[in-house]
Ligand binder design. Structure first.
Ligand SMILES: Cc1ncc(COP(=O)(O)O)c(C=O)c1O
Length: 413
């Protein structure tokens, strides 16, 4: 870990207030031309004494706009102080967690996993169009059927094709033959350029795809391809639960990664993260964004700098070792739950390094599933219900659930 180091509360406060001071100050600067300001003073406290100890709330009130991507070229100079904190977040994630080479990745804080996934597809579509003369319809996304629906959105918005590969019902892994069939089917629909999506923990099962399987198939077919990792769910979990995993920038074919800080990192909503190897993000430059200093390479446009500060604060408060401990506490709770389910003879899926336990619906009384807010795979016809072992999902709460399903299982036996 080169950049990621735990900081004391005092250090965190001083860095954030220092960064805010380097930004333009809406309160006292002669700032006439920007269609932006601090939060409305009639509604939001500006000078309450507690704000001196509340760097995140202060950042919200100062309201920096982090429009654009700050790891490349120029950015709006008004907010250069807090942009530095965002750049530090991107560096920590790309280099310390996802093993990228120093200064070899770009990235920005997106609105969520959906935006980051769409940004990836947008970049690759434009890359194939500009560099290889492809038409949009000749570009195809290929992903497992367990992938997030943001890829279907991306295909629709960007007018590229999509093929979803069937997975094994029990292991949730992709069969070679199914992958082959989906590639063939896309080719028969005119696709010549492929974007492979590798999941780092799927939404419903927490399953993880095999990057080598995608690479081997694309190579055997001799088709041009790019690989994106969707770590919206697993990005802050899997690199710590499986230290030896290969889903990172050290892999020669992985060129972008999505994360969501508003899931496992417990940051405020509106905090996705997009990381990409250098040389790629320029394919989504919007030249007509002329009023933005440094133009705009992102999908979102204006966005709150406070979100970037929220991620920075969480990373710095924990540091790498405490974060590792937190993930391993969640893994231990998940192990405990799986042990209980096994004893009761329940069928369920759990990736060995994951904290999602997805139980076959036939074991559960729908009323119990509802009482514990288990999420079904399909609200009309549930086949599975998932439990996500987060910070608030303690063994005490899991125990209560296990006792209740035990009673139900005994009664219905
Ligand atoms: C694997 C995966 N990808 C993408 C997303 C989309 O993230 P968001 O809801 O932040 O847009 C999710 C959300 O659940 C997800 O689990």
């Amino acid at each position: 870990m080169n950049t990621w180091k735990k900081l004391s509360n005092k250090e965190i406060k001083s860095r954030i207030f220092g960064a805010l001071q380097q930004n333009i100050n809406f309160f006292n600067a002669p700032l006439l031309g920007v269609p932006a300001s601090h939060l409305d003073g009639k509604v939001f406290y500006q000078d309450a004494p507690f704000l001196q100890d509340a760097p995140f709330l202060s950042a919200l009130i100062h309201n920096p706009n982090h429009i654009g991507c700050h790891t490349i070229g120029e950015s709006e100079s008004f907010f250069s102080g807090t942009q530095e904190l965002e750049k530090e977040v991107i560096k920590i994630l790309a280099e310390d967690i996802f093993k990228g080479k120093e200064n070899d990745q770009d990235g920005y804080i997106a609105s969520g996993g959906t935006e980051a996934n769409i940004q990836a597809i947008w970049i690759y579509r434009n890359y194939f169009m500009k560099k290889m003369g492809a038409s949009a319809q000749e570009v195809g996304i290929i992903c497992s059927e367990d992938s997030h629906y943001s890829f279907t959105k991306a295909a629709n918005l960007l007018q590229v094709q999509i093929g979803q590969v069937a997975v094994d019902r029990n292991t949730r892994s992709i069969h070679d033959q199914e992958l082959q069939n989906t590639i063939e089917s896309l080719k028969s629909r005119g696709v010549k350029y492929f974007i492979g999506i590798v999941n780092m923990m799927t939404t419903m099962f927490g399953s993880v795809d095999d990057v080598e399987q995608f690479v081997q198939h694309f190579k055997t077919e001799g088709v041009p391809f790019k690989i994106h990792v969707d770590g919206a769910y697993g990005g802050f979990f899997y690199p710590f639960s499986n230290l030896e995993n290969k889903l990172n920038f050290a892999h020669p074919y992985i060129s972008s990664i999505t994360l969501d800080a508003h899931k496992m990192l417990q940051a405020p909503y509106g905090t996705g993260i997009f990381l990409v190897k250098k040389g790629m993000i320029s394919h989504t430059i919007t030249e007509s964004a002329k009023y933005v200093e440094g133009l705009d390479l992102t999908l979102i446009g204006s966005r709150s700098g406070a979100n970037a500060i929220g991620v920075w604060m969480i990373l710095m408060k924990y540091g790498p070792f405490e974060w590792y401990e937190k993930i391993h506490t969640l893994l231990m709770r998940t192990n405990w739950l799986c042990g209980q389910l096994k004893k009761m003879g329940f069928s369920f899926y759990r990736h060995p390094h994951g904290n999602i336990v997805t139980i076959k619906a036939n074991h559960l009384d729908p009323k119990v599933a509802q009482k514990y807010s288990l999420v079904p795979d399909d609200h009309h016809q549930p086949n599975w219900y998932k439990i996500v072992v987060m910070d608030h999902v303690t063994i005490d709460k899991l125990q209560e659930f296990v006792e209740e399903i035990q009673i139900h299982a005994t009664q219905s036996a």
